[in-house]
Design a protein around this ligand. Structure first.
Ligand SMILES: Nc1nc2c(ncn2[C@@H]2O[C@H](COP(=O)(O)OP(=O)(O)OP(=O)(O)O)[C@@H](O)[C@H]2O)c(=O)[nH]1
Length: 419
């Protein structure tokens, strides 16, 4: 179900722009043009995800609508044409998400980013570490206003426990001086385990001595805030660091993933497979490495076009996910796929791979007005202790035999020698 956004704005053109932005983020929009309308609306309907509020309305020239909307617990973003310090202080003294000066079109791009963060911040977990409950609660309140998921700790030692318990923590905001373990030592400990690409650390200190920011940064922190900080600076630093982390995640995903099927690509398959095979061999877990190739795929492209070919590749990827949910699946290139999976024994592994082949062979793939049927040839190596490139070579040779023998079959590496 769509979230609802309340837009309090007396200018029709500006309300239209905000409505377009909100709709692009899938919000349902309700517009009110003055304070009386807002009061009337909220007296019977308060189910809003957030609100944007124009500071000056015809019947509320001095921001009175802000307190009204906030009193219903609706997270609010203030849009203002007034830039003076007094207005800014007045707005920031209230628990608003943000305020945006309506200087130029950048204001609306920024509004879109703020709304997007508000919708997605719950995916980011932040650990707040401070021995002062007042200071800790203040930071937690600011983060919750922005919809972050928050975990807390009283000192560095507790923080390390929390990091071990909550694997999805993306950022640690830590005070400097704390009993048992302070912020610098905690940062140091964190960097033994987590890289800056995995976890961001922001140090906080009230000490007037500037040396602490440098100490935090030199010990592996990404940023520093000096107390007392204003909410604007706090949010800017948090969002910048979270966005950096998210961008790194996106770049890593793009570098490791096949763009068409979203399976692992050759590079990431090799890295992950080598790791898994080491574990299987050391624990003597039965495993299989299979090379999978679509039969006569060129004919699909020739008869139905390249886009149809792409569609078939995506469908094969879907079936791989369905059949090998715990395996490591990849598109190595072209119409060639690979899977590494462990199981109870060789028979069990063979059956899983052959079930996948059969499932594809009896399925039809809708392409526009047509349906296409395809088959797969598969070469498999079981429990090999050879290097990964050698295993792939052996599975490839078995795959070649599957093609030679008439396609649509699984050939086990070495089985041809037994015949
Ligand atoms: N649509 C599409 N086609 C691709 C892609 N990558 C490779 N191909 C096509 O895959 C086809 C592979 O053809 P061949 O190597 O001749 O093999 P085949 O037709 O599958 O025949 P066998 O392997 O002998 O069964 C070529 O036509 C390539 O252009 C892709 O990303 N998308």
């Amino acid at each position: 179900m769509s979230q609802r956004l309340l837009v309090v704005e007396d200018s029709k053109p500006i309300a239209t722009v905000i409505r377009q932005i909100a709709r692009s983020l899938k919000f349902d929009v309700v517009i009110a043009t003055n304070l009386a309308e807002v009061e009337h609306l909220l007296s019977s309907d308060t189910d809003f995800f957030a609100a944007t509020i124009d500071y000056a309305l015809p019947d509320a020239l001095d921001g009175e609508a802000i307190a009204c909307v906030l009193s219903y617990g609706i997270p609010s973003i203030v849009m203002t044409g007034k830039m003076d310090d007094e207005t800014r202080q007045k707005i920031l003294s209230q628990p608003v998400i943000d305020y945006i000066p309506k200087e130029n079109s950048q204001a609306f791009l920024y509004l879109k980013r703020v709304l997007h963060w508000q919708l997605t911040n719950h995916q980011n977990t932040i650990l707040v570490v401070d021995d002062s409950s007042a200071a800790r609660n203040h930071v937690v309140e600011l983060l919750k206003r922005r919809n972050f998921n928050v975990v807390t700790a009283n000192n560095g030692l507790q923080a390390l426990d929390k990091l071990a318990q909550h694997k999805n923590i993306k950022m640690v905001i830590t005070d400097l001086e704390m009993p048992e373990m302070g912020g610098i030592e905690l940062t140091n400990e964190i960097r033994r385990t987590y890289t800056r690409e995995q976890l961001s650390v922001i140090g906080i200190s009230g000490a007037s001595n500037g040396i602490h920011s440098a100490r935090f940064i030199k010990n592996g922190a990404d940023d520093f805030l000096r107390k007392p900080f204003c909410p604007e600076e706090f949010y800017c630093r948090i969002m910048q660091n979270i966005e950096n982390l998210n961008n790194i995640t996106k770049i890593q995903h793009a570098a490791n993933t096949d763009y068409l099927t979203d399976l692992a690509n050759r590079r990431s398959f090799f890295r992950a497979a080598e790791q898994r095979i080491k574990e299987y061999v050391s624990k003597t877990v039965p495993y299989a490495l299979a090379m999978i190739d679509i039969d006569l795929f060129k004919q699909v492209n020739d008869n139905f076009g390249h886009e149809a070919g792409d569609q078939v590749l995506k469908v094969v990827a879907l079936y791989m996910r369905k059949h090998f949910s715990s395996g490591l699946t990849a598109r190595l290139g072209g119409e060639e796929f690979a899977v590494l999976l462990c199981g109870l024994d060789t028979d069990n592994l063979y059956n899983k791979i052959d079930d996948f082949r059969r499932d594809i062979a009896v399925s039809t793939i809708p392409i526009g007005e047509n349906t296409i049927s395809i088959t797969l040839s598969i070469g498999v190596v079981f429990d090999s202790q050879e290097s990964l490139p050698m295993q792939i070579n052996q599975a490839d040779n078995a795959l070649y035999l599957a093609k030679e023998n008439g396609r649509n079959q699984v050939v086990v590496s070495g089985s041809e020698l037994e015949d």
